[in-house]
Every structure is written in C-alpha cells, then in structure tokens.
Design a protein around this ligand. Structure first.
Ligand code: NA7
Length: 535
C-alpha cells in the first residue's frame, strides 16, 4: 500500500478515537488516512496486554453507540471486558467499516508542521519503508491519554538480565512466569490488575509498593444475559442518558450529600453500593469529591474492607491508603487484589520506608534488602495526557512549537483545539472530561463535535479554524477553577502531572462532567463556533 502525498485529513493513532474519526471524516467526503505506530488497531488495548488487563467500565457501555446494528450484533461475554475481547471488538469494527485499507501501520509520526503559505500540515513519519511526508488540510491527534509508557528512573534498570516488562508495552506473546521469582513495581490500576494473575503462576511474587491505592472489587463474571438483553432493548435511551451524566455511564449519581446524614447511615449506603461493584460506590453521594468529611467516610469504609480481607495485620495496614482523597486518583477496580496478599508466595515490600536504591543484573536492591528476581514487571504508568503529543515535534503558526506552548502546562480550548495550531484537533486532550469518564462516551462526543465543526467550515467556505488565545486562556482558567472547587488537586495523581519528575503541575481534566461539557460544546457550536477564529 502506497502512502499518498496529499490527503484532506490525517489522523494519528488507530485506537477507539482514531478509528471513529476516520469513519466520520470519510462520511464528510474527506480523503483520510491514519498513521499508527503499532502493527494493529486498538491503541490502549493493543499495547496493554499484561495478564489481567481489563476495562473498568462495563462491556455494554464501553463500546461504540454510533451504529445500532453494531451494538445489537456484538455479544460481550463478561461484565467487564478483558483486553483480548476489546481487541477482538475493535478489530471487528475496523473490518466492519472497512477502515483498514487507509491505515498505515508501524508508522511513527515524528513531526507535524503548519505551512502558512498553503495553510496545510506537513506530517513526517517513519514507517516500514523509511521516511514519508504527507500534506494534510486537517490533523486529528487521536494519540491517547495513557499511551506514552514511562520506565521508572531507577539506577541500573537497564542492567537487569532477567526478563524486564512494562505493563504498557507488554510483549505480543504469552509470558509464562511459572516457577519464577517475579517482582512488580507499581500498585496503580495496572499493577493491581496484574498482581493477582502473576501470583497464581509465579513461584514467588514480591510487590514493591510506594503508595497504597484505593481499589474496589469489580465483581466481574460472565455477563448476565438477562441484564444484557435489557440493555440491548433500551440501548438508544441508555446511550442518550449516558451522554448527559457526569461519567458517561447511565447510572444516576445519588442526589444526596454524605454530610447530611449520620456516619451510621452513610455506612449503610456504602454497604448497599459495595456489592454492585466498581464505580457504583463512588456515585453513592454527590459530595464525595467536594467535602473532605464525606470523602473521609468512604475512605474509612474502604480501609475497613481491606482490613477485613487481608489476614496479616501488618500487610493490611500497609495496603491501606492514607494522605489523599479516595477517587482523587482514578479508583482501581480489581478482582481479588487484596486477597492475593493472603497467599504464601506473595510479599508486600514497602518501598516508601525502605526505598529502592538500584536494580542490579539479578534483582532489586532497597536501602536495607536485596530481592533476587527472574522477572521484573514495571507497572509505573504513563506520561499521561500530554506525553504522546509532545513526543512529536508539532509546530503551528510562525513555527511556534507545541512543546514551548505547553511548557508551563497543557493549554487547550475545550480540550480539542490549541491556539496557534490551526486545523489541528485533539481527541480526549487535556481540558476535556475524558479521563474522568467512560472514555467511549467522551470519544464519540469529541469526534462528532469536531467533524460537525469541519462540516460547518466546508459549508461556509472557511479554510482554517483556530482557537483564539483569549478563548484558550478562558478555558484553561475555567478548568482550573472547577478543579479547585473539588478535592482532586490534593492528590499527587497523573491528572496533575505529579507522576513525572519535572512535569508542570497543572490539573488537566475538566471535572464538570461529560453532560455539562457536552452542553458547553453545543453552546459554542450554536454560537457559530465562538472562541474560534475562522478564515
Ligand atoms: P499509575 O496509576 O500511574 O500507577 C503507577 C504506579 O507505579 C504507582 O503505584 C506509582 O507509585 C508506582 N511507581 C512509579 N514510579 C515508581 C518508582 N520509581 N518506584 C516505585 N513505584 C513507582 O499507572 P497505571 O498504569 O497503574 O494506571 C494508569 C491508568 O490506566 C489508571 O489510572 C487507569 O485510568 C488506567 P506512586 O503513586 O507514584 O508512589
């Protein structure tokens, strides 16, 4: 397949957002290509193949809603979809909508430069046949929020002679830990999903925990066919409801403040929501992220559950998170995480009190111990929300670089456009609610809003669209103000860039919820794309 020299629209990334972008852009009659680094579609679900990798949103909702036949035809097998099933689904979508023929795989975009004389983007990439250059009128950055995996900066990490694996760059063949001494560094969502699975195989598992995380049980299992049939029968209504909720899933948050009732009554509400699984517990009161007392109640409740599950009191105490609000970091949704520490072959190592000093060819050295390992899994996360964009050299008007533009923190208008970067759009970028929501609901909203915008430009004969500096500044301020009304900025999370040394600490997600955000975006469109300079 030969890469064209010129297209109307170029999309970077063939995950859920890139594929839907291509489908919609084609619908506008625009010639479109996708450039994708991997050798297959799937984005997050292509790269994150570690054992136990699973979505934290239930299968029937973590799926496209744009095509009624697709949502009726697809059969999910589990309540929460595992990575292989999600990859199968997205491959099915790529085939069903004939998307593959315009995707260039194993192709890494290195730069995108706006040429003011032609008002087009020059996109340079490196692929299987060497370097390529494409000229595109529109650029859609569907590069993902958690796609730039980070190795930890631990001295000696590259000297390890056993197997070294990052959860976000997992090999494409099965990894067998049978009979091995395995170490896992990191206890975020990825570590918490992988640890119970690895523990079942490994001879011995050492879990190196720096900060304990809040995790709640998924209560996953085979999908309840009766429940799924009801969802299918009501899909249009449920999807529409999801679009107007805070999280993009069709559950209503209980409209009651925890502080308005007694501690005993709160506990009864928590107990009632706990068996429902996953995020349901965090939507049982409307003030959990606004009021420290409410948040403390839920935190205490989850800490008590940890204590009831873990038999060794010292281990239980270490596993209890303190010092930040529950859901201030994305709450982890697990299967048997805490119970795994009751296994004889699993040890928890507190690397906050005994820090890792180096990794040697044969294991991990902490200040006071050495742990000999055959395999080391790092589940240390991502340069979230900005990493993938900043890996490329993106230059807008007057040669201005995105790296400089975002030097003091990411800046966007509505999370989809950047001042000085005409005709370039980001899906689920900083300033959008996507990472605090069901990603699929947010992705569909972004893609539809952007393609409606492009249709408008075409209809009116505009050549370029660009967020103004003032509208971008206003949005950045609005996002900050909303976040400051909540407890979110008090947690050292990747939402804030706190997990990457030297990254500016700016709270990036829009916390107002997907429904409010959608209404805002619709208002902007209704006011003829207020905040954009159209030429
Ligand atoms: P996260 O949530 O960023 O978690 C990374 C974990 O790795 C976290 O426990 C970190 O501890 C730990 N970490 C990072 N660097 C080190 C070093 N140097 N030493 C010890 N421990 C370290 O990434 P995930 O991949 O689990 O999840 C990302 C998102 O994917 C998740 O929020 C879901 O939305 C899906 P720390 O907290 O920094 O002390």
């Amino acid at each position: 397949m030969r890469m064209p020299h010129e297209v109307d629209a170029l999309v970077v990334g063939a995950g859920f957002s890139g594929l839907y972008s291509m489908h919609k852009l084609r619908g506008l009659g625009l010639s479109t290509v996708i450039l994708e680094k991997g050798d297959g579609v799937g984005g997050t679900w292509y790269w994150n193949r570690y054992p136990g990798a699973r979505c934290d949103v239930e299968s029937p909702y973590y799926s496209y809603s744009f095509d009624e036949d697709l949502q009726q035809d697809w059969e999910w097998t589990e309540r929460y979809p595992a990575q292989p099933e999600l990859l199968k689904y997205i491959n099915h979508v790529a085939d069903r909508f004939d998307l593959r023929k315009d995707i260039f795989f194993e192709t890494t975009v290195v730069s995108a430069v706006f040429d003011e004389s032609t008002e087009r983007w020059t996109v340079t990439s490196i692929g299987p046949d060497g370097g390529s250059v494409i000229s595109a009128k529109y650029c859609i950055m569907a590069t993902g929020c958690l796609s730039s995996a980070r190795m930890p900066d631990i001295p000696g990490i590259n000297s390890f002679t056993g197997r070294l694996l990052h959860t976000g760059m997992w090999p494409h063949e099965e990894v067998d830990f049978t009979g091995q001494r395995v170490g896992v560094i990191g206890t975020g969502s990825s570590g918490i999903q992988a640890i119970p699975m690895i523990a079942k195989q490994a001879k011995n598992l050492q879990v190196f925990q720096r900060t304990a995380n809040f995790s709640v049980p998924a209560f996953n299992g085979p999908i309840d066919q009766e429940w799924f049939a009801k969802i299918k029968a009501n899909y249009p209504e449920l999807r529409e409801r999801s679009r107007h909720t805070a999280m993009g899933i069709p559950y209503q948050r209980r409209n009651q403040a925890a502080v308005d009732i007694s501690e005993d009554e709160r506990r009864a509400v928590f107990e009632e929501h706990w068996p429902k699984g996953g995020f349901r517990i965090s939507s049982c009161f409307n003030d959990l992220m606004r009021n420290k007392e409410s948040n403390d109640s839920l935190s205490d409740f989850v800490r008590a559950k940890i204590e009831q599950t873990v038999t060794d009191p010292k281990t239980a105490e270490l596993l209890k998170p303190y010092g930040y609000p529950i859901t201030g970091k994305r709450i982890c949704v697990d299967t048997d995480y805490y119970a795994t520490f009751n296994r004889e072959n699993v040890q928890l190592i507190d690397v906050k009190s005994d820090p890792i000093v180096e990794i040697t060819p044969t294991g991990v050295r902490t200040e006071s111990n050495f742990y000999e390992l055959d395999a080391l899994v790092v589940a240390t996360g991502f340069d979230a929300m900005t990493g993938a964009m900043l890996r490329m050299d993106i230059r807008g008007r007057d040669g201005a670089s995105l790296r400089e533009h975002w030097d003091a923190g990411a800046r966007t208008y509505l999370g989809v456009a950047i001042a000085g970067f005409p005709n370039l759009f980001t899906i689920a970028g900083p300033g959008s609610p996507s990472v605090l929501s069901n990603m699929l609901t947010s992705i569909e909203q972004h893609v539809e809003w952007i393609t409606d915008h492009l249709a408008y430009l075409q209809a009116k004969g505009y050549e370029t669209s660009e967020a103004t500096t003032a509208s971008e500044a206003g949005w950045v301020e609005h996002v900050r103000e909303l976040a400051d009304q909540t407890l979110f900025p008090t947690a050292n999370s990747w939402y804030l860039g706190a997990n990457v040394p030297g990254k500016p600490r700016v709270f990036m997600p829009y916390v107002g919820g997907v429904g409010t955000y959608r209404a805002h975006c619709e208002g902007v469109a209704a006011r003829e794309y207020e905040g954009f300079a159209l030429k």
